[in-house]
Design a protein around this ligand. Structure first.
Ligand code: BGP
Length: 490
């Protein structure tokens, strides 16, 4: 395709999440958070949560992760070397308020993030901060239950207020909750989405879980909408330059056939997964078809409408400035129970004969990204940002001692080409932060082996390695992409 020059000011960069890369899980007064009690797994062995606390002799990948806590200067300099304009990272509530409801914040936590943001500034990088990325102080889960308890709203807004005030001059782009629509998913949504813990150990995959409390989960999700809306308002009051976005796990849904039942199933998948949360956060109200989702999940619609009515004004007053999303793959929907199942990030669906899949079974579908961009822009007409996209793969060291990750370059090139087409069709896309710009722990499996980075980190699935960093081929490629404003994708 003909080359396309991305606009000046386009936010090229990379994305991470604290619990997957920071480490230092108990450093300098940090409290435990829910991910700190989720064990490592593999593509075939689900992660197990030990809800009562850290268990002796068990390996929890978040505890050291890739030790960004002690390597942040070096890492951010490497991002600067690639020419990043933007770096997405998340804060840990439990690093600043170790128990979530402490009378005083932990100064060491505040200082840590300040140093990180200052390192970004030195490198000319705009931080994009996800306030909560699958993170919730464990003590709050034990004391209050989770996000279903409305007391949590004010505690979280207090945390936001501290962030907006403390880092007023350093941070202007914020996302309230990572993949907030995970709260619509049984099991994984309870634990990682809304901080509700099972009574005992539970094995958890992103797609399925034997344990779920749908009423508490959807109440928790509602309370997150309210908290997010309050945070948007507050962010604008504290600094009118603040831009606050929602963050949705984006998923293109294709009907498997032109059977009208498949087409309707595709429409419903879009609504439940993409638009339920997007509508509340962008338009400020639940969509009229929300009861279909509530009833399907076994939650009384009158109960949910009451919550919606009670908080209607707050939701309307705190709509987001931009819409951000993750995109890894598309999902194919069929009503035929005989169809071969597919697999992937957060979604089930059936196999798509036109698409190949990654080693972890996630379909690779660059055109699905264009489809998603154009569909969502048609619907909301506000700036969009892709804040996660990338390929999780096994990287092997070649004979010359280097990492030649041409498969990753191919994946990214194809997705960037589709972004360019969507932008030529008028989509207001303001940034792209590639997921896992430095190798980090996988959220779904807890592995290190599933690598996304431009930068290799010496750490394996069992916690071995000295954490040293190395540049992969994709590092030099992305540097060139940014330098050329997307015109040189070779
Ligand atoms: C998203 C999460 C991220 C990230 C990504 C890749 O759902 O927001 O935290 O991990 O998926 O998934 P994984 O790490 O399982 O490969």
């Amino acid at each position: 395709m003909a080359s396309y020059k991305f606009p000046e000011g386009f936010l090229w960069g990379g994305a991470t999440a604290a619990n997957q890369f920071e480490g230092g899980y108990d450093a300098d007064g940090k409290g435990l958070s829910v991910p700190d009690v989720i064990m490592g797994g593999t593509v075939s062995t689900p992660r197990v949560i030990t809800p009562n606390g850290v268990r002796e002799g068990v390996y929890y990948p978040s505890h050291q992760a890739i030790d960004f806590y002690h390597h942040f200067e070096e890492d951010i300099d490497l991002f600067g070397e690639m020419g990043f304009k933007c770096f997405r990272l998340s804060t840990q509530w439990s690093r600043i308020f170790p128990n979530g409801d402490d009378a005083e914040p932990c100064q060491a936590g505040i200082d840590f993030y300040r140093k990180v943001f200052e390192a970004c500034k030195r490198n000319g990088i705009e931080p994009l901060v996800t306030i909560s990325h699958y993170e919730f102080p464990l003590a709050l889960s034990h004391k209050y239950g989770g996000w279903d308890n409305p007391k949590v709203i004010d505690l979280w807004v207090r945390f936001c207020e501290l962030l907006f005030t403390e880092y007023k001059d350093l941070v202007h782009y914020w996302l309230t909750f990572n993949e907030i629509n995970a709260g619509t998913i049984p099991g994984m949504g309870d634990v990682m989405g809304v901080g509700i813990l099972p009574p005992e150990d539970v094995a958890m995959t992103f797609g399925a879980c034997d344990w779920d409390d749908p009423k508490r989960r959807l109440t928790g999700l509602h309370n997150q909408f309210v908290a997010s809306a309050k945070a948007v308002k507050l962010a604008h009051e504290i600094n009118p330059d603040n831009m606050v976005g929602c963050m949705i796990a984006g998923n293109t849904n294709y009907p498997r056939t032109c059977n009208p039942d498949d087409v309707i199933a595709g429409m419903e998948a879009d609504r439940e997964f993409n638009f339920y949360c997007g509508d509340v956060q962008v338009r400020g109200a639940y969509p009229v078809w929300a009861p279909v989702l509530w009833e399907k999940q076994g939650v009384d619609a009158d109960y949910m409408w009451e919550l919606a009515a009670r908080d209607a004004e707050v939701l309307k007053a705190g709509t987001v400035d931009f819409y951000s999303f993750s995109y890894y793959q598309s999902n194919t929907v069929s009503v035929d129970p005989e169809m071969k199942k597919g697999s992937g990030n957060l979604f089930g669906g059936v196999a798509n004969p036109y698409l190949k899949a990654s080693d972890w079974g996630w379909t690779v579908d660059p055109k699905g990204l264009r489809f998603y961009l154009e569909t969502v822009y048609d619907r909301y007409q506000i700036p969009l940002m892709i804040v996660e996209n990338g390929l999780g793969a096994i990287d092997e060291r070649a004979e010359d001692g280097k990492f030649h990750d041409d498969y990753r370059i191919d994946y990214l090139r194809q997705h960037i080409e589709q972004m360019a087409i969507a932008m030529q069709h008028g989509v207001d896309l303001i940034g792209y932060t590639m997921w896992g710009c430095i190798d980090l722990v996988s959220a779904s499996t807890g592995e290190m082996k599933k690598r996304y980075g431009f930068i290799y980190v010496d750490r394996d699935n069992d916690g071995n390695g000295d954490f040293h960093r190395e540049r992969k081929d994709s590092f030099y490629w992305y540097k060139k992409v940014i330098e050329s404003q997307g015109t040189d994708l070779d």
